[in-house]
Structures are given as C-alpha cells and as structure tokens.
Design a protein around this ligand. Sequence first.
Ligand SMILES: [Zn+2]
Length: 230
Amino acid sequence: MGAAPAVVLLSGGLDSATVLAIAREEGFATHALSFDYGQRHDRELDSARRVAQALGAARHLVLRLDLRAIGGSALTADIPVPQGRTVEAMGAGIPVTYVPARNTIFLSHAMAWAEVLECQDIFIGVNALDYSGYPDCRLEFIEAFERLGNLATRAGVEGRTRLQIHAPLIRLTKAEIIARGAALGVDYGLTWSCYAPRPDGLACGRCDSCLLRAKGFREAGLRDPVPSAP
Ligand SMILES: [Zn+2]
C-alpha cells in the first residue's frame, strides 16, 4: 500500500506552503487544493501551482468559485487594502481583507474531495497567533468544522473514515512557521503573500500580509527571497 492521501489547502502563501511540506514530512500523499475565487490578483495562484510542483504534490486541483459575485472583502471587491498598519492595529478587529466565510467554504470543498479520495486527513494553514483578526482562523472553528465533517458526510456516518482537520501552524508565530518551513526545504521564493501587488509586479511592502511576512523573516533571522517595494 502506498502513502495515505491527505487534502492540503494551498493558497500560494507562505503558511500553506509550510503546511504542504509538513504533510509530506508526515508521510502523506498530498492532494493540494486551491481556489480561483475571484481574488483581485491571480499572482497567488501561480505561486500555488509552483509550490505544489516543488513540494511534490500527488495532485493539484484548482477549483473555480466566484466569490467576487458575493464581494464584501477588500480581496474580492473594490475596497482599499489597509496599508502601513501596526501589528497592534491589525489585532484590534476583523480587517476588511476578511473574506466572508472563506475558510468554511474552502474546508467544505476539501471535505468533499477527501470523501471521494477516501481520505480522512485535511491540512489547513490557519494561524491564530500572528493574525488573530479572522474568526475562521481560530482553533474553536477548526474543532467545530471537524465535528461537522463527521456528521455531514456518508464516509463519516458509515464510520468508514474519521475526518481529522490538521492545523499544524495554529499556535506558531510567523517566525516559527518560516523556520519550520526552511528546515523542511520550502522555497519561500515561490510563495506570494501581498494583498496589493504594485503595477511593476513587486509586493507592496505595506499591506498587513507584507508587514507580517517581513516581521516573520526578520524574527527568524532569514532573508525573504521575494523582493518587495522599499
Ligand atoms: Zn503587500
């Protein structure tokens, strides 16, 4: 018998790239799942494709979902992305970059694919420490979704599989995530974090995601291979 399959949500950012490497390290045949959801820039999908290939995903599925038709987020509608905020300000509320119910939507698709693959392990790169603003990045949410998954599927009800949602980054700082991934050979030069890339293609260096990424590399004592605007 070959390696057990696992579904790994892969955005193209550094957290999910690290999670893909962790799932592979744990011996799973990784089935990466990305979404073309109408995000304002498709740069991160290119990154997801390159990361999936570099980390030897058994398969990489990109599903189309038009969340832009729903809108309600700076990532899917013409709402300005906040720039130059302090980490304290980022932690003070739910930011406009929150995409309504995104992780519930993504995990639901992961659960469906897992059922077809007859696999019981789903990996997601949520992180509650260095980004506390999103309600669907909390451990309580992950635990609740795991219970839902075991109620909601034929595989769960028939007892053939016991769905488990792995969130290996949930209690790590960004610096710890980067150190872990670097040790596992993740090429962070393939990843993309910026919410608002500039017309010249550089990361903006000022959105929440760029600032947290920069802080993480700085604290990990590593150089970010992805250049950003000065
Ligand atoms: Zn940025």
